[in-house]
Write a protein that binds this ligand. Structure first.
Ligand SMILES: [Zn+2]
Length: 353
């Protein structure tokens, strides 16, 4: 037999894949009671496009162990499943089918997700087969199938009955574009160019200059903080500051989380601009003033700016501050903003249930 001059990887891989499948090389032997069982469960990959490098990296590692155990005589239980539940799948289906889940009934959307996932899944799973992962692909599960849904609902009810679940209003990360609460893992840092605006608050007729990138949150201001060691501001502590453009007075408080090096060293706390605001809100028992609605517009709280989109409100408020001589200066900055990784929209913090 003559060896070919070049190695055709595609042809050889295909040949061996088909051979393994035909011979059931990686099948779990249900009736074999002699061999000890080695069972391995994997976090099922999310059907949201194609396999990426991270998938092949992590799946290869467990495959090394599985192949070793197989050669040591174990009966390997190594099923394969896909995670096709939840936000990543929803966004994937919306993008692919060019629909918005908000315009459909829940039933219609679930149906569309099911059919789309069934169309996409074979190509997606094929990537795992192509890199030679030695799962038993005949033992397949999907997190959206009736069995998995039933099981998770059962577990949810079980926890509820045991009093291990509760529901309450709490600040949550929110994507105004997808209109849903999102988890930390769904965040990404994105660089934005923005402006640090030095704005005048009034304390007994005196100016107190505060730097902020988010003047549209002025109506959400609930307190002003400085560092306890910052002598520049100690005379103001305990007094009230008048928020510019709004008829709100807020207490001036001390907290070690205020960074004297940042901006003017005195900072406004708004419900909610960032994680520190949440901490302050809880630690100092501050009131709640929500200026942004779930669809990313200004609320009643923002008074005359109500109904404007956040970005637009920011510009109009800057103009109004200028007109009233309440803007000292603006400095351009490039800063990292938390965005929702699926859509790139800067997140807001909302009080939701
Ligand atoms: Zn989003």
């Amino acid at each position: 037999m003559e060896l070919p001059k070049t190695y055709d990887a595609h042809a050889r891989e295909k040949k061996w894949r088909e051979y393994w499948e035909k011979e059931n090389t990686y099948s779990f032997e249900v009736d074999n009671t002699k061999k000890p069982i080695y069972s391995i469960d994997t976090p099922p990959p999310t059907v949201s496009g194609d396999m990426h490098l991270g998938h092949s990296f992590s799946y290869s590692q467990q495959d090394f162990i599985v192949r070793y155990k197989r050669m040591r005589g174990y009966n390997i239980f190594y099923p394969f499943g896909t995670d096709d539940n939840g936000l990543p799948t929803e966004r994937f289906v919306e993008k692919l089918k060019k629909v918005n889940s908000n315009d459909m009934t829940r039933k219609e959307f679930i149906k569309l997700c099911m059919t789309t996932i069934n169309e996409q899944r074979p190509t997606f799973v094929q990537d795992w087969k192509n890199i030679g992962i030695s799962c038993d692909f005949s033992i397949f599960y999907s997190t959206i199938n009736n069995h998995c849904r039933r099981l998770s609902q059962w577990s949810f009810i079980d926890l509820y009955k045991k009093g291990r679940e509760y529901r309450k209003e709490a600040p949550t990360m929110w994507c105004p574009e997808c209109q849903t609460a999102i988890a930390q893992v769904e965040l990404e840092d994105k660089k934005f160019s923005s402006k640090f605006n030095d704005i005048i608050f009034k304390v007994d007729g005196e100016d107190l200059v505060i730097a902020t990138t988010r003047p549209e949150l002025l109506s959400s201001c609930v307190a002003v903080f400085c560092h306890p060691d910052d002598k520049r501001y100690s005379k103001f502590v305990g007094k009230k500051a008048k928020v510019p453009l709004f008829d709100i007075e807020v207490p001036i408080l001390e907290d070690k989380r205020a960074d004297p090096e940042k901006g003017t060293g005195i900072v406004m706390c708004c419900t909610f601009g960032d994680q520190t605001d949440i901490e302050w809100y809880k630690a100092h028992n501050l009131p709640l003033r929500i200026s942004i609605t779930k669809d990313g517009k200004m609320s009643e709280q923002a008074e005359k700016y109500k109904g404007m989109k956040v970005k637009q409100a920011r510009q109009v408020i800057i103009e109004d501050l200028k007109k009233n001589n309440l803007l000292v200066k603006q400095e351009p900055i490039a800063h990292e903003v938390n965005v929702h990784e699926r859509c790139g929209t800067p997140i807001e913090i909302m009080n939701t249930k």
